[in-house]
Design a protein around this ligand. Structure first.
Ligand SMILES: Nc1ncnc2c1ncn2[C@@H]1O[C@H](COP(=O)(O)OP(=O)(O)OP(=O)(O)O)[C@@H](O)[C@H]1O
Length: 266
């Protein structure tokens, strides 16, 4: 069975990202192969699956920091492998899995580094940049931390600062690896609202998430990975069925509807 390439709802709009027969291996083991997906402007995609299936590997391929073991990634109609790092940084904003920065910067300085790709080399940030940086911090509710060293922030605070850095870049594609992992529920919702706004303004986002309920609530599409293969992709309601989710995670899961929302029970 071929995987669908044309998304009927998107008409003739060109995809921002195309996965053309993408494959990944870890040593001898196949993580996934022949993955064909188009990610259009206005779409938020979630990537879901158990630990070790290759979610981060996929994100690294989409960010151009790891070469595919098969197929290729197209960004804006051009092979990602032909882009320079700087060109990728202009188009793609990355929020990696929680990490501690190697160098210590103040939170605002760190956010302003997100502007680097769209600026002439070695130029210093101007007044407008500072305002944009503070606004981005404010949208993630960490404006009060602007002058704190990033190393002194809590995991959740740091995660929101990293997200603010992605916000100022004006990259159309956002790649987010477990962006809500360290956040309390209120800040999880706030962050995903910011993702939603970005997508509704014509951007695209791909996010690794473990919370299926948040996938139903905030995402247009989901890619469900199981060990060794992609089990399904499409609208969350159709893709995250009890059968498929149970199979992917090797655990009997039940899906219920409560007050119009999908809720999952293990
Ligand atoms: N450099 C590497 N060499 C060998 N194996 C690797 C390498 N990087 C990752 N792997 C393996 O590839 C598999 C997929 O890893 P990946 O980080 O993509 O999983 P994941 O789905 O993101 O998992 P998690 O939910 O735990 O974050 C894992 O089994 C991992 O150990």
């Amino acid at each position: 069975m071929g995987m669908s390439v044309i998304d009927s709802q998107q008409g003739t709009r060109a995809p921002l990202l195309e996965l053309r027969g993408l494959g990944a291996r870890a040593g001898e083991r196949t993580l996934f192969e022949e993955l064909r997906l188009n990610i259009f402007p206005g779409q938020a995609w979630a990537v879901v699956g158990p630990n070790g299936v290759g979610k981060t590997t996929l994100m690294r391929m989409l960010a151009g920091v790891r070469l595919p073991d098969g197929g290729q990634v197209m960004l804006g109609g051009r092979a990602l492998s032909t882009y320079t790092r700087r060109e990728i940084a202009r188009e793609v904003g990355v929020v990696p899995q929680a990490s501690v920065p190697v160098f210590d910067f103040g939170a605002l300085e760190f956010v302003l580094m997100g502007l680097h790709a769209s600026r002439p080399r070695f130029s210093l940030p101007g007044v407008g940049d500072h305002r944009a940086g503070l606004e981005a911090l404010a949208r993630l509710e960490v404006e009060h931390l602007a002058h704190r060293p990033v190393s002194s922030l809590s995991g959740g605070e740091r995660q929101r600062v990293v997200m603010a850095r992605t916000l100022v870049t004006q990259a159309r594609v956002w790649l987010l690896d477990e962006p809500t992992a360290n956040l309390d529920l209120r800040h999880q919702l706030r962050l995903l609202e910011v993702v939603r706004e970005h997508v509704d303004e014509g951007g695209a986002a791909v996010a690794v998430l473990h919370d299926l309920e948040l996938v139903h609530r905030f995402f247009d599409r989901v890619l469900l990975l199981a060990p060794g293969r992609a089990l399904g992709w499409g609208a969350p309601e159709d893709t995250l069925t009890e059968e498929q989710v149970s199979e992917a995670f090797g655990l009997a899961m039940r899906r219920l509807q409560v007050e119009g929302r999908w809720v999952w029970l293990a």
